[in-house]
Design a protein around this ligand. Structure first.
Ligand SMILES: Nc1ncnc2c1ncn2[C@@H]1O[C@H](COP(=O)(O)OP(=O)(O)OP(=O)(O)O)[C@@H](O)[C@H]1O
Ligand SMILES: [Mg+2]
Length: 256
């Protein structure tokens, strides 16, 4: 099987991109897959969600994208189940520094050329914006997942996201395919949540992944810097993300 490189994208903030990357990655690792998580957000929430704080002189994804070090040189292993390419605030300089550079959207694709061989799954956490970092993720990816918070207006703005993904497909990466729409922060007791889930299924059909329920343990795990399986393996959040990971394995690998 060739590597799956999956970008988690939604320019809307707080929809569960980071939580999903951390916990789907942890679940895939526990299924025996070799997993790399890439933190492509200058806020570095994914890095802290898995307990990593990059020291002042240590390299991060910024040094990898700018060619100062190879990806292996900045990769850390906070768990036996996954590696992480962490981020720092330095990443926020990238867009200004590479503003008119012809290869600005292909920096991550180049940086991942070698590590691609060493992993089965590479999951990329994107910042909540439609800018250069998200385009880098879409250019490097084989597929993308859109986490969507199941509340009213969740679908608003998805049209714009789809247009940009289509442009990325046409101009940067013709191999890019959709892998799923992931309903997050779901509370089935609330009408607006079940309505939105129904709407998502109407619009995206089979692409809709199993829902991740609202579960405070997921937020607590993130604060504690651990994935949900290490933090509280019997939480709903662990059950839900394990189910999402199994479905992604079926979609990407035919269940292998
Ligand atoms: N299923 C869930 N149940 C409860 N809390 C959740 C759940 N998913 C995410 N959260 C919490 O909601 C907040 C937003 O989640 P997260 O950081 O994953 O979103 P994001 O899309 O990455 O946000 P941003 O766009 O700002 O990067 C976090 O505090 C997280 O711990
Ligand atoms: Mg995030």
């Amino acid at each position: 099987m060739s590597v799956q490189v999956v970008a988690f994208v939604n320019h809307k903030g707080g929809v569960g991109k980071t939580t999903s990357v951390a916990n789907i990655g942890a679940a895939l690792g526990r299924e025996g897959k070799r997993v790399l998580l890439v933190d492509l957000d200058p806020q570095a929430y994914l890095s802290s969600a898995v307990g990593i704080q990059v020291g002042e002189d240590a390299p991060s994804v910024y040094e990898v994208l700018t060619g100062v070090v190879a990806a292996e040189g900045a990769t850390v292993a906070p768990s036996e189940f996954y590696d992480v390419l962490p981020s720092t605030l330095a990443l926020s300089r990238l867009e200004v520094e590479f503003g008119a550079h012809a290869g600005r959207d292909l920096l991550l694709r180049r940086a991942l050329e070698l590590p691609r061989e060493a992993y089965d799954w590479i999951l990329i956490d994107c910042p909540p914006s439609l800018g250069m970092l998200m385009l880098n993720a879409l250019a490097a990816a084989t597929a993308y997942v859109v986490p969507v918070q199941t509340e009213y207006f969740a679908l608003r703005g998805l049209g714009t996201l789809e247009e940009i993904i289509e442009q990325a497909h046409d101009y940067l990466n013709s191999a890019l395919v959709p892998l799923g729409v992931l309903p997050t922060l779901y509370d089935g007791r609330k009408n607006q949540h079940s309505d939105t889930l129904a709407e998502l299924k109407e619009s995206y059909g089979e692409l809709v992944l199993p829902s991740v329920r609202m579960n405070v343990a997921l937020a607590d795990a993130q604060k504690a810097g651990r994935d949900i399986f290490a933090f509280r393996a019997n939480a709903h959040g662990a059950e839900d993300y394990a189910a999402v990971a199994r479905e992604l394995l079926v979609r990407a690998e035919g269940g292998a």
